[in-house]
Ligand binder design. Structure first.
Ligand code: NAD
Length: 456
């Protein structure tokens, strides 16, 4: 069997070696997942397993966080935060396992059906293939396996090839928590190849994917009539209106633009500031951003670690340099040291620069100004994406108009686009995907509604 190295993203040394799955392993994993569905696994048992798994995860928080810091390059404090949230995601999934229900359907109201009664039940889809990205490799895995298990499915998990170690640790932990054999299968190795074999295997009933629009579109094109849930990218916008608390907005945006070196799907990327607030906003944003420490992710004082690959940091550098050549002003940052890229603020940008139009997925925030409310709503909507947006304002009329007109899965008022808690419905429109995560909503995606009609 071939093997693949997993690198420490800060010093590029090999930190682990993983097996590369072959077709026979993929088919065996799907078969094992399908077989496991034959053994009864009640909602209460699912609840108990998921609660136990959450407890074990909290106990092992520091061990997991250490691995995240190495394999993702995520700063250690942020890594601990991810593990705490992942444990919560499992708890919420456990709670939801006990609440899956259908509804009464008044079929008796149809002429000729007076003697009938009906209700729906939600049944598991069966085998769920879960394909996950590198940037949040514990919590996003929990957002798939938690609801899938809670709903009574089996899961075949394929984590990102650059960050598989936490997923392997999580699979071990699930087994320890009492998950019945076969309910969770894990495949490591080449994403495109394993993806292809999973897509070919007709015993997979559903694909749940988080990652880039390119791969998401490919999965949808190959999945045929099977269910597909897609959580894809974004070039998240946040608007700062002149009546907002501009200092608070700037502080929150400084915090939420550079987490995980900007490699977060709702990381603030495009900021539209009302022209009257621009100077004061920029000043605070720069002051707050300048305090961020770039460096070794295992160091307690680090705020920004390396990007996932050297070539990604080089790409971000090129996009920023191209924007500057096209007239953008570098207000802060712009320097690269290997895979480390400084938190960077650009002003005087236009919407067609790559740093605005495409998903940067790096520590770069671009600031543009606006005069009118209609103008800024049009700017936010002038995007291929629509995951979340932020709006700072105390003008209720503006807030309500934005709630109606901004084309996103989530609008966050008086905070940045990057706000998320794990039980809220989360998912985008346009090229940001379809289907919702958040255990309650993911369970709806991962179950089928069946109607039972009684002829009395
Ligand atoms: P990616 O699309 O490169 O990879 C995601 C996963 O797909 C990995 O496990 C990879 O191995 C696998 N894969 C690659 N090619 C495949 C194929 N042909 N068939 C099946 N699977 C394949 O994404 P990434 O670089 O790991 O993550 C970054 C992207 O993820 C960004 O666009 C980001 O916005 C998005 N993201 C979205 C959310 C969300 O909830 N909407 C959350 C996190 C990340």
């Amino acid at each position: 069997m071939d093997v693949m190295d997993v690198l420490n993203k800060y010093n590029q040394e090999v930190t682990a070696t993983i097996s590369v799955a072959e077709k026979k392993h993929v088919d065996a994993a799907v078969q094992g997942a399908k077989e496991a569905l034959k053994t009864p696994f009640s909602p209460y048992e699912r609840y108990e397993v998921l609660m136990k798994a959450a407890e074990l995860l909290v106990e092992r928080r520091d061990q997991f966080a250490q691995v995240l810091a190495l394999e993702v390059g995520k700063p250690i404090r942020e890594s601990r935060g991810e593990i705490e949230r992942a444990a919560q995601t499992l708890v919420i999934s456990a709670e939801e396992a006990k609440r899956i229900h259908g509804e009464g359907v008044p079929v008796e109201s149809a002429p000729g059906s007076e003697n009938r009664m009906a209700f729906t039940v939600r049944v598991p889809v069966g085998v769920v293939a879960a394909i996950t990205p590198f940037n949040v490799p514990v919590n996003l895995v929990c957002h798939k396996i938690g609801p899938a298990i809670a709903a009574g499915n089996s899961v075949v998990l394929k984590p990102a090839e650059v960050t598989p170690i936490c997923a392997l640790m999580l699979a071990e932990l699930m087994e320890e928590a009492g998950l019945p054999k076969g309910r969770l299968q894990l495949l490591t190795g080449d994403g495109a190849q394993i993806g292809e074999w999973l897509l070919e295997n007709k015993d997979v009933n559903m694909f749940t994917f988080t990652g880039s629009p390119r791969v998401g579109e490919y999965i949808r094109s190959k999945a045929g009539l099977r269910k597909v849930a897609l959580e894809l990218g974004n070039n998240s916008a946040t608007v700062v209106h002149h009546d907002a608390n501009v200092e608070q907005a700037a502080s929150l945006i400084a915090q939420k633009s550079f987490n995980n070196a900007g490699q977060v799907c709702i990381s603030v990327q495009r900021v539209y500031v009302h022209e009257e607030a621009f100077e004061s906003f920029l000043q605070v944003l720069k002051e707050k951003t300048e305090t961020l420490v770039v460096g070794d992710p295992t160091d307690e004082s680090t705020d920004i670690g390396p990007m996932i690959r050297l070539r990604e940091a080089e790409r971000v550098e090129n996009w920023v340099n191209e924007a500057v050549e096209q007239g953008a002003v570098m207000a802060l940052g712009g320097k690269r040291d290997g895979a480390l890229y400084e938190p960077t603020i650009l002003t005087n940008v236009n919407d067609d620069m790559k740093v605005c139009r495409q998903e940067v997925f790096g520590p770069v925030v671009s600031i543009a100004t606006y005069k009118e409310i209609d103008e800024v709503i049009a700017k936010v909507n002038d995007s291929d994406y629509g995951l979340q947006a932020g709006l700072f304002t105390n003008d209720l009329q503006f807030a309500m108009k934005a709630a109606r007109e901004i084309e996103v899965g989530g609008l966050i008022i008086n905070d940045a686009s990057a706000y998320r808690v794990d039980h809220m419905p989360y998912g985008g429109v346009k090229n940001s995907g379809n289907g919702k995560e958040g255990p309650k909503y993911a369970i709806e995606e991962m179950t089928e509604e069946r109607i039972i009609v009684l002829n009395l």
